[in-house]
Ligand binder design. Structure first.
Ligand code: NAD
Length: 295
């Protein structure tokens, strides 16, 4: 039994934290919205009033927060993790952030004897609930090994990616692919439907062919029904594509298409759909095309 701290129990964090608790570990939680932690508290988790208090009660701390700046604030800010963590504490960030932010936090953590690793996840809320996520870990390998058993409660595809930041890079690359495909799919399906073929026929044909993707397999329950309940919010998708294009700028990698993809997600945000599922980006294209992809 380990004393595990968990900060950020939103769409993803609540499930990951529950699976850690179910694995027999004692959980201390904090979220800026206390109501988000109610279920965990009813299952026996302890509440702490700040990230600092979570860290003081824990030998290993996890965060699952929206944006890189949220992670940095919770880790290094006033009342943050590093103000409460004892020397020897391990800290895994499960959020999708960027390698520069990770390195800055890790540098500050090292000064306090805290080892930080990046450990972003993929597999959505369904994967988080079932404990079938892919967890992409970067950083100190002995620390990774020491806490691998806890990571295995979060995902059944836990992978050591390399040095600090390597997990973040893998995750950014993955999401850029998935989210770009989402935009391509919206163009493909609007033109198919406008050409007179129903969405379900297009879906069946593509499912049996070379264009099949995981992103498209979400269409029957999502786009086809006009169901944009998150899951994974469009605001976070826009953030992730932005992390990829920023990395491209910094490294001087031309990413023409990715920057166009980013504009489409920004369009979705400006349409007021940021809190909807990332798949609502298809609505931007539906509006432009003058056709809806619904069954
Ligand atoms: P979310 O917004 O549902 O959850 C974030 C939680 O953090 C919320 O409960 C919020 O109240 C809390 N929070 C925000 N700022 C805080 C602060 N300063 N202090 C304390 N609590 C704070 O987001 P999510 O969908 O659970 O995603 C979390 C992270 O995981 C993001 O980086 C996201 O990109 C990534 N991710 C999400 C999914 C998904 O399918 N939702 C999948 C993989 C990765």
């Amino acid at each position: 039994m380990m004393k595990v701290g968990f900060i950020g129990v939103g769409y993803m964090g609540r499930h990951m934290a529950r699976n850690v608790a179910k694995g027999g570990h004692h959980l201390t939680v904090f979220d800026m919205r206390k109501e988000a932690a109610e279920e965990l508290l009813s299952l026996g988790a302890s509440w702490a009033d700040s990230p600092q208090a979570v860290a003081a009660a824990s030998e290993v701390v996890f965060t699952s927060l929206p944006r890189p700046q949220d992670v940095e604030e919770v880790a290094t800010g006033e009342g943050g993790i590093l103000q409460g963590a004892a020397s020897g504490t391990a800290y895994f960030d499960l959020s999708t952030t960027d390698p520069d932010t990770i390195r800055r936090i890790s540098e500050a953590a090292r000064g306090k004897g805290v080892t930080m690793l990046d450990a972003p996840v993929s597999g959505g809320t369904a994967g988080a609930e079932k404990g079938t996520l892919c967890v992409m870990v970067g950083g100190d390998e002995p620390t990774y090994q020491r806490y691998k058993a806890v990571l295995d409660l979060i995902g059944d595809k836990v992978m050591y990616c390399g040095d600090l930041g390597a997990g973040a890079v893998c995750k950014i690359v993955n999401n850029l692919i998935g989210l770009s495909v989402g935009v391509v799919l919206s163009e493909a399906f609007t033109v198919g439907v406008k050409a007179g073929v129903p969405p379900e026929t297009l879906f069946e044909a593509v499912s049996k062919s070379s264009g099949n993707t995981q992103a498209m397999q979400g269409f029957p329950a999502g786009l086809f029904k006009g169901n944009f309940e998150p899951g994974f919010q469009l605001d976070l998708a826009a953030k992730d594509v932005g992390l990829a294009t920023e990395m491209g700028r910094r490294l001087r990698v031309p990413m023409d298409l990715s920057n166009l993809v980013q504009q489409r997600y920004i369009d979705g945000q400006n349409s007021g759909w940021g809190r909807m599922a990332a798949g609502a980006v298809a609505r931007v294209q539906e509006k432009r095309a003058g056709v809806e992809v619904r069954t």
